[in-house]
Design a protein around this ligand. Structure first.
Ligand SMILES: NC(=O)c1ccc[n+]([C@@H]2O[C@H](COP(=O)([O-])OP(=O)(O)OC[C@H]3O[C@@H](n4cnc5c(N)ncnc54)[C@H](OP(=O)(O)O)[C@@H]3O)[C@@H](O)[C@H]2O)c1
Length: 235
């Protein structure tokens, strides 16, 4: 697929990996791009064919109505986390926090369920999971199991969606607004979080966005998970 001239819908396209993806889609001359989240105005990028929409992926009716408004399109991307995720040891974890971590799965389920009808049969879907699902670390039970559910969901749905392709991009530690830390504390956090990886630094949102564009453009890839993790899995 050549992105030039294509209509692309990006849930979570207003921050971090999603907004880096929007920038690459603009460079690739997509004809129309939708950047969607609950508070889309935080996206500072402006472009004549970029449309900001305010929708919560967990609100089925709003998701349905949005797709009616968008009409036929070519690529569906979602990086939307869905909500707050719990971290910390399982035995003392807040169980509601653990349950809420699965909002990512329900958000992905909603955008696919209501977004597939108008998606071009030569088109494709890209979702984002994460390394904790593939090589869990202590204290990441919630994120690991929600990410594992996303991976199983994609493997299970790949045949059902064909000929539409679907792929996952799995980031390791990435420097995005997801972490609220500033200055020295931020630097120390990323240094510590990546000390066991082969590449001992946080990745950039653009490095992940490049993998998203790669699976969009390669018509021979479906049902795959592409790791962009600085060697988290191999370390
Ligand atoms: N950064 C990392 O280290 C890392 C590592 C592994 C995996 N990931 C995954 O990569 C994806 C993107 O992360 P990021 O680092 O780019 O995070 P981010 O900067 O916090 O961006 C998350 C985006 O999702 C949107 N969003 C969240 N909940 C939503 C909802 N219910 N409805 C609609 N939009 C929603 C947010 O916008 P609003 O708040 O305006 O809704 C925002 O645009 C996530 O799935 C994350 O789990 C990230």
């Amino acid at each position: 697929m050549n992105i030039k001239g294509k209509k692309v819908v990006v849930f979570g396209g207003t921050s971090g990996i999603g907004s880096a993806t929007i920038k690459l889609l603009i460079k690739s001359k997509a004809s129309k791009i939708y950047a969607i989240s609950r508070n889309p105005k935080k996206l500072k990028v402006r472009y004549k064919n970029l449309i900001l929409e305010s929708v919560d992926v967990l609100d089925e009716n709003n998701v349905k109505n949005l797709f009616k408004k968008i009409g036929p399109y070519d690529v569906l991307i979602s990086t939307a986390t869905g909500g707050e995720r719990a971290v910390g040891p399982f035995l003392t974890m807040d169980m509601n926090g653990y349950k809420n971590s699965f909002d990512k799965v329900w958000g992905y389920a909603n955008v696919i369920r209501y977004g597939i009808k108008n998606l071009n049969k030569n088109g494709n879907v890209v979702l984002v999971s994460g390394s904790p699902a593939r090589k869990p670390k202590a204290g990441f039970v919630a994120i690991s199991s929600a990410g594992g559910a996303v991976e199983a969901f994609v493997r299970a749905i790949t045949k059902e969606l064909a000929p539409i392709r679907i792929n996952l991009v799995s980031p390791g530690v990435i420097d995005t607004p997801m972490s609220p830390l500033k200055g020295k504390a931020r630097k120390a956090f990323y240094k510590n979080a990546t000390k066991e990886n082969i590449i001992k630094r946080a990745g950039s949102a653009e490095e992940v966005a490049k993998a998203i564009l790669f699976v969009i453009e390669n018509d021979f890839i479906t049902g795959a998970t592409i790791d962009v993790d600085g060697g988290w899995i191999s370390s």
